[in-house]
Design a protein around this ligand. Structure first.
Ligand code: NBP
Length: 477
C-alpha cells in the first residue's frame, strides 16, 4: 500500500477533488464503478500528481495505507449506500469512510451508526464550491469523530481554499454536523440568490434599467460591504449577451428555477426544529412558484386586465441606494436565521459547533463566500453565546441605517406589483422580533377558546383557562 488516501466516484466533482489532492503532494488511489472514467481521467491528468489507478474495489482498498481514508464522491442517495455495501467487507477496524456527496444529514447519522458496528468511522463531509472549487480549493465542512479528523483533517485542510493562511476546512462537529452545516449553507445560498434576483427585478421593473446597466450597479455594489462571489457573478451574468439572438442572456433563459433538494431539506429541518428561517423558506417557495407554468399562465389570463402595479417615478441613484440597503439588511436577516438553525440543530443533536468557525470556513471556496462572513466570525468571537446576529453592534448599525430604505423598497415593490417575498418576509421577521407586543396574544386566546389550550398571563404566574362556553370566569389549570 502506498497511497495516503483513496477516492471512489470520479465524475466531475470526484475527479477534480482527486486532482486537487494529488496536486498537493498526496499519493491518491482512484477508482470508479465504470473503469473507463478512471482510465480517461488518468490519461488526461495523470501527470498532475501521484495517482494509483485501481480497476477493482479490492485493488483500490489494498492500495491505501492503514488506517485507510476512503473518500466517496458518488451520486447521493442509493449510490452512496451501494458503494458503502461494497466497501464494508473490504475494510478493517479503524478505517475511515468519508462521504463527500450532498447527503441528507439523517442518512449520515444512519450510516455512521451502521459502520460503527463494523469498527469503522463514517464521516459525513460537506464540500462546497462546485467543480471549480473542488479542483482549486473548496470549503470543507467535516463531521464525524475527533479521531477520524486527526487522520483526515490535515489532508483536507491542505486542499481547501485558504484565507490569510487559514484553511476553509474544519471539523465543524460530530456525527452528521458536516452535512447539516452544508445543508444550511445551501439554504443560505438560496436566500442570497433570491435577494439578488429581487434586487435585479426591482431595478429593472421600477427604474427601467437594462441588464447591462444593472450589471454596472452590481459591479459597484461588489466594491462595498456586499462584496461576494455571487454579487460579482451577477454582474458577469447580467452583462452577458446571447450569441444566437444578440439579446441579454438573462432574457433568453426560461424563468423557472430548479432545485436539487438542499433548500427543501433546510426548510423541512427548520420546521422540525421550530426555527423561523423565513428568508430561506421564501426563496425555496419562490423557485417552486416559478416552476408552476400552468398556474402562472392561468393567473396572467385572469388578472392581466386588472390594473397592473402603479407606475412610480423614482430618482435612479436614490432608489439604487435604497435597494442596496434593503439587500444588505435582508441578507443580515437570512444569515442570522441560518446561523440560528445551525445552533438549534447542534443543540438538538448534541454537536459542539463553533458558529464563528463555520463563518470563517465559508469566507472562501464556497458559493456564498463573502467579505460579510468575516463580520460574523468577529461577532461570535466577541460573544460566543450570542442569541441572534441581529443584535451585534456591527449588524445592528447596518440594519438601523438601512431600515427606512428597506421599508421604502418593500412598499414600492408592493405598490408596483413586483414580487419580493424574501425582502418582505425578512422585514416582517425583523419587525416581529423587535415588537413590544405581538398579536400572538390573540392567537393564544383563540386557542384557549376553541380548544381549552390554556394561556399564561402577563401579570401573574400560572396557567389559566377561561370558561368560554360558561360564565366567562377564569380557572387556574
Ligand atoms: P454525480 O452526482 O453525477 O454522480 C456520478 C458518480 O456516481 C459516478 O462516479 C457514478 O459512477 C457514481 N455512481 C452512481 Br450515479 N451510482 C453508483 C453506484 N450504485 N455505485 C457506485 N458508483 C455509483 O456526480 P457529481 O456531480 O460529480 O457529484 C458527486 C457528489 O458531489 C454528489 O453527491 C453531489 O451532490 C455532490 N456535489 C456536487 C456539486 C456540483 O457542483 N456538481 C457540488 C457539491 C457537491 P459511474 O461513472 O460508474 O456511473
Amino acid at each position: 500500500a502506498r497511497a495516503t488516501i483513496g477516492l471512489t466516484g470520479l465524475a466531475v466533482m470526484g475527479s477534480n477533488l482527486a486532482r486537487n489532492i494529488a496536486r498537493h503532494g498526496h499519493t491518491i488511489a482512484v477508482h470508479n464503478r465504470t473503469t473507463s472514467r478512471m482510465t480517461a481521467m488518468l490519461e488526461e491528468h495523470g501527470d498532475e500528481g501521484d495517482f494509483v489507478g485501481a480497476e477493482s474495489l479490492e485493488d483500490f482498498v489494498a492500495a491505501i495505507e492503514k488506517p485507510r481514508v476512503v473518500l466517496v464522491m458518488v451520486k447521493a442517495g442509493p449510490g452512496t449506500d451501494a458503494v458503502i455495501d461494497d466497501l464494508v467487507p473490504l475494510l478493517e477496524d479503524g478505517d475511515i469512510v468519508v462521504d463527500c456527496g450532498n447527503a441528507h444529514y439523517a442518512d449520515t447519522l444512519r450510516r455512521e451508526e451502521r459502520l460503527k458496528e463494523h469498527g469503522l468511522h463514517f464521516v459525513g463531509t460537506g464540500v462546497s464550491g462546485g467543480e471549480v472549487g473542488a479542483l482549486n480549493g473548496p470549503s470543507i465542512m467535516v463531521g464525524g469523530t475527533d479521531q477520524a479528523y486527526e487522520r483526515l483533517g490535515p489532508i483536507m485542510e491542505s486542499i481547501a481554499a485558504q484565507v490569510d493562511g487559514e484553511p476553509c476546512c474544519a471539523h465543524v462537529g460530530e456525527g452528521g454536523a458536516g452535512h447539516f452545516v452544508k445543508m444550511v449553507h445551501n439554504g443560505i445560498e438560496y436566500a442570497d440568490m433570491q435577494l439578488i434576483a429581487e434586487s435585479y427585478d426591482l431595478l429593472r421593473s421600477v427604474l427601467g434599467l437594462s441588464p447591462a446597466e444593472i450589471a454596472d450597479v452590481f459591479k459597484q455594489w461588489n466594491e462595498g460591504e456586499l462584496e461576494s462571489f455571487l454579487i460579482q457573478m451577477t454582474a458577469d451574468v447580467l452583462r452577458h449577451t446571447d450569441a444566437a439572438t444578440g439579446q441579454p442572456f438573462v432574457d433568453v433563459v426560461q424563468d423557472a428555477a430548479e432545485q436539487k433538494g438542499t433548500g427543501r431539506w433546510t426548510v423541512q429541518s427548520a420546521l422540525d426544529l421550530g426555527v423561523p428561517i423565513t428568508g430561506i423558506a421564501e426563496a425555496t417557495f419562490a423557485r417552486s412558484l416559478s416552476g408552476h407554468a400552468d398556474q402562472r399562465a392561468a393567473a396572467r389570463e385572469v388578472y392581466s386586465t386588472s390594473p397592473e402595479g402603479e407606475r412610480v417615478d423614482r430618482d435612479r441613484d436614490e432608489f439604487v441606494d435604497a435597494v442596496q440597503k434593503a439587500l444588505y439588511a435582508s441578507k443580515i436577516v437570512a444569515y442570522a436565521q441560518g446561523f440560528d438553525q445551525i445552533a438549534k440543530g447542534a443543540e438538538e443533536h448534541g454537536w459542539d459547533v463553533d458558529l464563528g468557525q463555520v463563518a470563517k470556513i465559508w469566507r472562501d471556496g464556497c458559493i456564498i463566500r463573502a467579505r460579510f462572513l468575516g463580520r460574523i466570525t468577529e461577532a461570535y468571537a466577541a460573544e460566543p453565546d450570542l442569541t441572534t446576529l441581529l443584535t451585534t453592534e456591527y449588524f445592528a448599525t447596518a440594519v438601523k441605517e438601512g431600515v427606512d430604505a428597506w421599508r421604502d423598497v418593500v412598499a414600492t415593490a408592493a405598490r408596483t406589483g413586483v414580487p419580493t417575498p424574501a425582502f418582505s418576509s425578512s422585514l416582517a421577521y425583523f419587525d416581529g422580533l423587535r415588537r413590544e407586543r405581538l398579536p400572538a396574544a390573540l392567537i393564544q386566546a383563540l386557542r384557549d377558546n376553541f380548544g381549552a389550550h390554556t394561556y399564561q398571563r402577563v401579570d401573574r404566574e400560572g396557567t389559566f383557562h377561561t370558561l368560554w362556553a360558561g360564565d366567562l370566569s377564569e380557572t387556574e389549570a
